[in-house]
Design a protein around this ligand. Structure first.
Ligand SMILES: [Zn+2]
Length: 473
């Protein structure tokens, strides 16, 4: 099943009534609600079906005329309460599943009357409260079977956070994507709590992230979701995965070097956790963990990881591993991989990560080509620049004592985060990190440091001043 998902912060989300042929739609627009098509004096126009609160963005005479008859205007805001219009209206009186945006929060409710808010739009219930909806739930609201055939559909969904809406384009393959469970299955996997289905088929138009997906034709449509440009592109999206699951055979430290036979997943995961923790001191990024299993019990398939990263629109993909192949001998060290046919960016990421890791951990090994290429699945199939790091050998007598230490895991995470901050343009939050708060306060109070720039590096002249203040010279 083909799927497109775009996360839209509520602050950048709007619904507009445009009443335009699909081929006149522009950038960052997605077709939205159901509607009827009408003609008056040879002019074609559209009117909404189901609840709608939107911005009025058309000067079409007849749309305005009938809009005034059926709904109400408050400045440029238009409200259509489906319960107040019964003529030729199959949805009249139904408790319609409706996405509402009010005071910066999005929610889905079932409501006979138009819920209050800045934006509202009704659709067929697909997922509610983290559970798949039955087809009877849609028909009970008055929805028919006209719009659920195998084709592209627009859906709108919510996850746990209420300050972001997800606009979804989904190409179904069964004759009724709700009855077959096809849509819900896909959307539950992606972590959705609530999803309603908007229009699709001949009305489908999805332009986001510089890419248009559309069914053919130039059908006139009624409403669009607009995705405010800049709200999302500011965020640097990092897809991060700890390699393997905990139970995978063979992936562990050599027993003669580590009696505990620490598993590769444990080493991979604790570095990923530290990366996640260090990133919390920064803004301007989003993180997607691809190993979504705290205990490593499930080994998430490579295809699943890559698909998740691609659909999410990751800007960078990083896979964390530990190596083997030395059989108890000495040497090894860190090795960083990009794909042999990758673009320039992946090579730059790989080289910067390698250099920074060596700088901060000192685990420079004896491999002939530590900045390497390999035709690995995740590197080959990820759309974003992708790097796989092997952070030392689990069967090297020189590497094992190092890679088992907490200090090494800390240093790896710090080095990786420093590169992500630099290349991804992340901004440090004000104030020191949690672990440094008390020391930072003491140093400031004692006048050793001046209490500014907690995240900056110390220059040599600043060090001299600090040493002098401590009376150590
Ligand atoms: Zn591995």
């Amino acid at each position: 099943m083909a799927t497109r998902v775009v996360r839209v912060p509520v602050s950048g989300f709007a619904i507009q009534l445009v009443d335009l042929p699909k081929n006149k739609l522009g950038k960052n627009m997605v077709n939205a609600g159901f509607f009827g098509t009408y003609h008056e004096e040879g002019e074609e126009f559209t009117l909404p079906s189901g609840h709608l609160t939107c911005d009025w963005a058309t000067d079409g005479k007849w749309t305005r005329h009938y809009g005034e008859e059926r709904g109400r205007f408050e400045g440029d805001k238009f409200r259509f309460d489906c319960s107040s219009w019964s003529y030729m209206n199959e949805l009249h009186g139904g408790a319609l599943s409706t996405l509402v945006v009010k005071d910066g929060r999005a929610n889905v409710v079932e409501s006979v009357e138009l819920p209050e808010g800045e934006y509202a739009i009704s659709g067929l219930p697909v997922v509610r409260g983290g559970k798949a909806c039955a087809w009877s739930q849609a028909t009970a609201q008055g929805w028919g079977t006209g719009s659920i055939r195998p084709t592209w559909h627009t859906l709108i969904g919510l996850k746990e956070e209420s300050d972001a809406v997800y606009v979804i384009g989904l190409k179904s393959t069964t004759s009724n994507l709700i009855k077959s469970g096809e849509a819900a299955e896909e959307l539950l996997k992606l972590g959705f709590r609530d999803v309603i289905k908007l229009d699709g088929g001949g009305s489908f138009y999805f332009d986001a992230d510089g890419e248009t997906t559309s069914t053919g034709g130039s059908r006139r449509i009624n409403t669009v979701i607009t995705i405010n440009e800049g709200t999302e592109s500011d965020m640097f999206k990092i897809a991060l995965g700890a390699g393997h699951g905990a139970k995978e055979d063979g992936r562990r430290c050599l027993k003669s070097l580590d009696p505990n036979e620490t598993r590769e997943w444990v080493l991979n995961d604790r570095i990923c956790d530290r990366i996640e923790g260090l990133l919390k001191s920064y803004t301007g990024y989003e993180l997607l963990r691809l190993d979504d299993s705290d205990d490593g019990e499930a080994d998430i398939a490579l295809a699943e990881r890559v698909t998740a990263a691609n659909q999410w629109g990751a800007d960078f993909y990083l896979s964390i591993h530990h190596n083997a192949g030395i059989n108890g001998g000495a040497g090894g060290g860190i090795v960083a991989f990009s794909h042999p046919r990758s673009g320039k960016a992946a090579v730059e990421w790989r080289d910067e990560l390698y250099e920074e890791l060596i700088e901060q951990t000192g685990l420079k090994g004896n491999r002939a080509t530590p900045k390497a290429t390999s035709d690995l699945y995740v590197l080959r199939n990820t759309k974003a620049p992708a790097v796989l790091l092997e952070l030392g050998f689990m069967d090297s007598k020189t590497d094992v004592p190092v890679i088992l230490s907490e200090e090494y895991a800390d240093a790896c995470a710090r080095a990786i985060v420093d590169v992500i901050v630099r290349r991804g343009g992340l901004k440090a939050k004000d104030g020191p990190d949690i672990w440094a708060v008390s020391a930072w306060e003491q140093a400031t109070k004692a006048g050793v440091l001046d209490g500014t720039r907690p995240k900056d590096t110390l220059t040599r002249q600043e060090l001299a001043v600090v040493l002098a203040k401590l009376g150590l010279l």
